[in-house]
Design a protein around this ligand. Sequence first.
Ligand code: CP
Length: 317
Amino acid sequence: MRYFTNVHDLVSLEDALAKAKYVKANPYADQVLGKNKTLLMIFFNSSLRTRLSTQKAALNLGMNVIVLDVNQGAWKLETERGVIMDSDKPEHILEAIPVMGSYCDIIGVRAFAGLKDKDADYNETIINQFIKYSGRPVFSMEAATRHPLQTFADLITIEEYKRVAKPKVVLTWAPHPNALPQAVANSFAEWMNETDCEFVITHPEGYELSTAFTGKAKIEYDQKRAFEGADFIYAKNWSAYADPNYGKVISKDREWTVDSDKMALTNNAYFMHCLPVRRNMIVSDDVIESPQSIVIPEAANRTVSAQTVIKEILLSL
Ligand code: CP
């Protein structure tokens, strides 16, 4: 595998989950694989989990790691071709990318959706430029439309906690003060549609995601009805996808906050969220602190998903 940006880059989910299980049980078994190989992690946006878990994964594989925060200490990058560069951005990404590629063997990129230009976001302009111009294998550490390392960790976690062969998994929108990308929700839907679960998405009207990601998921506008009998509740905020409101916050309705009354409707469901989470906006304190909350093991599995992916890329070099 040379590139990892979505679920279809894997041979199969079954194969990936088996490999992840091995990696989790044997985290230091492949230390020789990454010897004298360098991972460059490039962040256009902030991160706690992705930064630490991906670095730990690379260290477990014996790699060297370089981290670049593009907006802190590096030259500001112009990303549009054809612009007259008389602004505050002294370097063009089309020179910067091959230069960065010359210093490493594998590149991880975090570049969120700008939420201003839907076409640019949904064409994955930034990560595709890295794929085209770096000359190196590239993997997503959350791009404009997907967060595959997160969703892989989510799926590993669901596999570990599920009590029935075909669990009911509910992705619920929840309120947030700011406009957030659709990437985590898109990715979760894309991967869940590849599994044998009963998959339901619930959100207020106006928050419909792209059908390219929601696929065969059942869309239920009544959150309480969606929660009935659920085995997993996956909460996430996203901004509107549909025009004319693309990238906008059109509701902050705290009636959609996940609380213990709603969790009582479920089949003693586990609560999941990718973190960071806004308490008492997305989820109440008592739910996230309850024994049914598995947000910490979910975050811990980010090392497993990253290590499994980087290992597959190293094997392709
Ligand atoms: N879930 C996740 O990607 O966390 P960070 O934004 O902190 O990396």
